[in-house]
Design a protein around this ligand. Structure first.
Ligand SMILES: C[C@H](N)C(=O)N[C@@H](CCC(=O)O)C(=O)O
Ligand SMILES: [Mg+2]
Length: 368
């Protein structure tokens, strides 16, 4: 069965509240959607969020990468040999991981549908006993004034969330105050993970995290304390604090992941499909994590349910994945799609539907 055609379209979904990190503020999801179609008419879907401050990928660059490089390279290839398609896609242009991820996800969705299997069963075939059918996601608390963050945290806990991913990285001392007040308001049973999105220097990171430790704030982990290219800084922070450090922006590829694991650039790794260029590379990082005995998070950018569903399937399939930051759909005001994993507050339930499970995507597609 051959890949007959690739089509693209756009979706815009407003957010419940503005999403604010140390790197950016966004009010809506504005993503490109990819549809791939097999010769027999079976379709697969993928999604590309332009997260320029992290991946370097813009709406324009994603569309150009798919239209002028990826689609002409892989259309017409045999769908029974996914690794060959992925190798061709990898070779047709460097970087552009978001465009590659959207096409990779659509192809895995299509492939699993042709195999008549849910994607998580397919990805979990190496160790079916480790496969999960339910996950728990955290929810992001945007970085704002302390009072607003406390209100947002209390609201999230009231909605049933038990794990908060609190955005910081906007002034070390202020960050300690933010976490202190949130902890006071939500009590000791709520898990608090902190994401600095590269907002601290290495010295500031160590003093801020140490202050949180000394104050007994019970932080589960700190994500990406320093700049993505400051590998020595990541090693320094990891070695000088008790709290586990999670590498996010420092790990895009398999090679990045192995370097962090081998050279102790962090204790944990956040795998995101938009950084790896899709599932095929993410699986390799999971294999490395199994070898090194490192636990991973599957995270997402600010994305909606098409690509986040692919992250859900991967998280469910692999035992090294013990943390899910797959809250994109929870941050959106509406869910415009049909099908896919079911979100019930923090719970994500997988079904036996084929592929990633998304059945309806309300987008006007242009065949390219
Ligand atoms: C949405 C998710 N919880 C998240 O915080 N993801 C990123 C930031 C992504 C973005 O800016 O779109 C992260 O840093 O973990
Ligand atoms: Mg992060």
């Amino acid at each position: 069965m051959k890949l007959k055609e690739i089509a693209i379209g756009y979706i815009e979904i407003p957010l419940v509240t503005p999403f604010k990190t140390a790197l950016r503020t966004v009010n809506s999801v504005n993503d490109l959607i990819v549809k791939v179609t097999a010769e027999d008419g079976t379709e697969g879907y993928g999604e590309a969020p332009p997260t320029a401050v992290i991946t370097g990928d813009t709406k324009e660059s994603i569309e150009a990468a798919i239209r002028y490089y990826i689609a002409p390279s892989i259309t017409g290839m045999g769908l029974d040999d996914l690794p060959s398609i992925m190798a061709k896609m990898e070779k047709c242009l460097a970087k552009n991981t978001t465009a590659k991820a959207a096409v990779d996800i659509a192809l895995y969705d299509l492939y699993a549908k042709l195999q008549k299997k849910p994607l998580f069963r397919l990805l979990g075939e190496k160790d079916p006993s480790a496969v999960k059918t339910e996950l728990e996601t955290d929810i992001t608390i945007s970085v704002n004034d302390t009072d607003e963050m406390v209100r947002d945290s209390v609201k999230a806990v009231g909605e049933g969330f038990r794990i908060l991913k609190v955005k910081v990285g906007k002034g070390g001392e202020k960050d300690v105050e933010r976490i202190r007040e949130i902890r006071k308001a939500v009590g000791k049973d709520v898990v608090i993970r902190v994401d600095a999105n590269q907002g601290w220097t290495r010295e500031e990171a160590v003093s801020t995290i140490t202050a949180m430790e000394d104050a007994g704030l019970g932080i589960e982990l700190v994500e990406q304390p320093v700049s993505y290219h400051d590998f020595k800084g990541m090693q320094y922070v990891t070695a000088h604090v008790q709290t586990p450090i999670l590498a996010d922006e420092s790990v895009f590829s398999y090679e990045d992941g192995v370097r962090v694991m081998e050279e102790h650039g962090a204790d944990l790794v956040n795998i995101k499909l938009m950084k790896t260029g899709g599932i095929h590379e993410a699986v390799k990082i999971c294999d490395a994590a199994d070898r090194f005995g490192i636990k991973c998070m599957i995270g997402c950018m600010l994305e909606s349910k098409v690509s986040v569903s692919a992250g859900v399937h991967l998280a469910a399939a692999r035992s090294c994945v013990t943390m899910a930051d797959l809250d994109g759909p929870s941050l959106c005001k509406v869910d415009p799609y049909e099908g896919g994993p079911v979100y019930q507050g923090p719970k994500i339930l997988l079904s036996e539907d084929y592929g990633i499970g998304i059945t309806k995507v309300p987008v006007k597609f242009e065949r390219i």
